[in-house]
Design a binder for this molecule. Structure first.
Ligand code: PMP
Length: 366
């Protein structure tokens, strides 16, 4: 079985070890929002814990949450979907695994982008599904080259980890005409200046994966979802019945509260916080000499070319951690396509820490 290490976890562990020894470390490596979950959501969870027994729910999640997610998609994107197509999972990761299994078996091969979220390839390897790497290049603005797609299915991610790239409606439409799309929309809601397009807006024959870990700030609560065509519901349900039994009960009840008008407003306000951080970090790292081929328009990452300093992203990030006290993720975590000359900065930390991190980098690199 070929499962590659996740280097960002190694960097995080090393960073924690240095912190235990008393060294101050600025964290630009983690892809987890630092902002607190809205108070109303927390209170709803506490109320549920006090008043309800936490038994398993239906394997595919509670109906009121499926209904809310359906309503949210229909209103946000102007699409048609029904709650029976929505399947709730413990975080979006098991949803991805189940969908990759069903589509992999049915269509035989799934394409993924490089650089891209490493778990796609690792899950495909784990499932023994044939996969094909599609290079997205800095000089082409990290666009997916539609003409190169020959696989019957592809997994896309917009806004993307690690590039922050948002795919246009036209590009998603063209891709959907070439292959079956599995669209990882986990970073939807976290966009700056434009809205991300859902694959459901261009075709009903696709799988859309989403979740509460990013825009909704609920990483550790483990709630995600997938919207699938009706013909897939039975198979996906059977997989989830066997491997997860049910998503966490208390987290589903808390997640329902996210669709409260006040909570949604609060979450939308947070997007402005992330946008300010992006602007600050982008300016800072460009001034330091990192090149950013595409201004990231979503998620909370900046994918930067570090070739002015090094063409070996892993030793570069190790050195930066030890000498400057700043943790960043080496590009090699995201694939093989020129990833040695890239690093990923995450801005899941406040503006003071961003300034401090930039200062530490400045002292070391100059
Ligand atoms: N897709 C992408 C692109 C991600 O970056 C992540 C989290 N890092 C996930 C899916 C999985 O998130 P979760 O299981 O918390 O929903």
């Amino acid at each position: 079985m070929e499962i590659k290490p996740f280097y960002v976890m190694e960097i995080l562990e090393k960073a924690k070890e240095l912190e235990r020894k008393g060294k101050e470390i600025i964290h630009f490596e983690v892809g987890e929002p630092d902002l607190p979950v809205p108070e109303k959501v927390k209170k709803e969870a506490i109320k549920a814990l006090n008043e309800m027994e936490m038994k398993y729910t239906e394997s595919t999640g509670i109906l009121p949450l499926k209904e809310k997610i359906t309503e949210y998609y229909c209103e946000t994107y102007g699409v048609n979907a029904s709650p029976e197509q929505v399947i709730i999972t413990p975080g979006s990761s098991p949803a991805l695994l189940a969908v990759l299994k069903v589509i992999g078996e049915k269509l035989g091969e799934i394409a993924y982008t490089d650089p891209g979220y490493p778990c796609y390839k690792n899950m495909l390897n784990f499932l023994k599904v044939k996969s094909r790497k599609i290079d997205v290049r800095a000089e082409n603005g990290f666009e997916i080259p539609v003409n190169e797609i020959e696989s019957p299915a592809m997994i896309i991610n917009s806004p993307a980890n690690p590039t922050g790239k948002i795919l246009s409606r036209e590009r998603i439409k063209k891709l959907s005409e070439k292959c079956f799309l599995i669209s990882d929309e986990i970073y939807h809601g976290l966009t700056y200046g434009k809205r991300a397009i859902s694959a459901l807006e261009v075709t009903e024959e696709c799988c859309v994966v989403g979740g509460f870990s990013k825009f909704f700030l609920m990483t550790g609560w483990r709630v995600g979802w997938v919207i699938v065509p009706k013909w897939m519901v039975k198979e996906i349900t059977a997989i989830l019945q066997n491997i997860v039994i049910s998503p966490p009960t208390v987290s589903q009840i808390a997640a329902l509260k996210c669709f409260d008008e006040e909570v949604l407003e609060e979450l939308k306000e947070n997007v402005k916080v992330f946008e300010k951080r992006r602007n600050l970090m982008l300016k800072g790292i460009q001034e330091l000499g990192f090149k950013v081929p595409v201004k990231p328009e979503g998620a909370f990452y900046i994918y930067a070319d570090c070739s002015k300093f090094s063409n070996d992203s892993y030793s570069f990030t190790s050195r930066i951690l030890e000498k400057a006290g700043v943790a960043i993720t080496p590009g090699i975590d995201f694939g093989e396509n020129e990833t040695d000359r890239f690093v990923r900065f995450s801005y899941c930390t406040d503006e003071n820490k961003i300034e401090k991190g930039l200062e530490k980098l400045y002292k070391h690199l100059k």
